[in-house]
Design a protein around this ligand. Structure first.
Ligand SMILES: C[S@@+](CC[C@H](N)C(=O)[O-])C[C@H]1O[C@@H](n2cnc3c(N)ncnc32)[C@H](O)[C@@H]1O
Length: 246
């Protein structure tokens, strides 16, 4: 995947003493953890582990019971733009391990339908399907599970990175575009759409379509998004509805 935002799945967690400052990292200042390279462990894995151990959002997610550090990004976006409304029906594309679904339900959504290449642990109020959203049948499957229109479409989908910048960029754009066209087909008027994109934001036809059908488009990088990551989010609010010519 393009980042490891959703991957604090308990397999490689720090189980040491918790900070009493709520994980803000204040008390750890100057005490960052170094990880020795173990035999058989790649340098990239060692660096990943070191980054996880020193990331205050990873610690906070663990302390507050969120399934992913990515949860804080949706919390920030929702605090800023009031995207999740009581009784909303939410579609969560790229849902594993379920942090965004937890946030949506905690903030009043009545139902979440999620899809991911990976299996997602059950969560009350949510239904998940393990499937590639780029499969021809995937949008129809999500629609069938939803049984009607939706109020909020979230996409935090991130493809595995190849290290080749152009390829990685094109993959993220393709996922975001698929999510955007799904949103145009399924949102209720007034609904919102959020998708992970790379810096430079949405471009071309996708941006034209979003501008045409939403009242407001913003590109936002939440504070909890890692500074070194090229990711940013497009936040489209006030869906105007479709008059058959999207
Ligand atoms: C950053 S994680 C999502 C984290 C999630 N928002 C959370 O808070 O738990 C990105 C997810 O996108 C999924 N993904 C990538 N490409 C996908 C595709 N084509 N179809 C479905 N899921 C996909 C990955 O499997 C991964 O679990």
């Amino acid at each position: 995947m393009a980042d490891d935002e959703g991957k604090d799945d308990g397999k490689r967690r720090w189980t040491g003493e918790r900070d009493k400052d709520g994980g803000s990292g204040e008390r750890r200042r100057g005490l960052s953890k170094r990880v020795k390279t173990a035999r058989g462990r790649k340098l990239s894995s060692t660096l990943w582990l070191q980054r996880q151990l020193n990331d205050p959002y990873v610690q906070r997610a663990k302390e507050e019971g969120w399934r992913s550090r990515a949860a804080f990004k949706l919390i920030e976006l929702d605090d800023r733009f009031a995207l999740i409304k009581p009784n909303d029906r939410v579609v969560d594309l790229g849902a594993a391990p379920g942090g965004w679904a937890q946030v949506a339900l905690t903030r009043g959504a009545s139902r979440v339908i999620g899809i991911d290449l990976l299996e997602v642990e059950p969560l009350t109020g949510a239904d998940f399907v393990q499937m590639d959203f780029m499969d021809e049948d995937a949008p129809a499957k999500v629609l069938e599970m939803l049984g009607g229109k939706t109020d909020l479409v979230l996409s935090d989908m991130a493809a595995n990175t190849t290290g080749h910048k152009t390829t990685d960029h094109l993959r993220v754009v393709a996922l975001a575009e698929a999510a955007a066209y799904f949103a145009l087909e399924t949102l209720n008027p007034g609904g919102s759409f959020i998708a992970k994109v790379f810096q430079g934001g949405t471009e071309g036809e996708m941006l034209i379509a979003l501008k045409k059908h939403f009242e407001k488009i913003r590109h936002v990088k939440p504070k909890s998004s890692r500074a070194g990551s090229p990711e940013t989010y497009v936040v489209a609010t006030g869906f105007r509805g479709i008059s058959g010519d999207a």
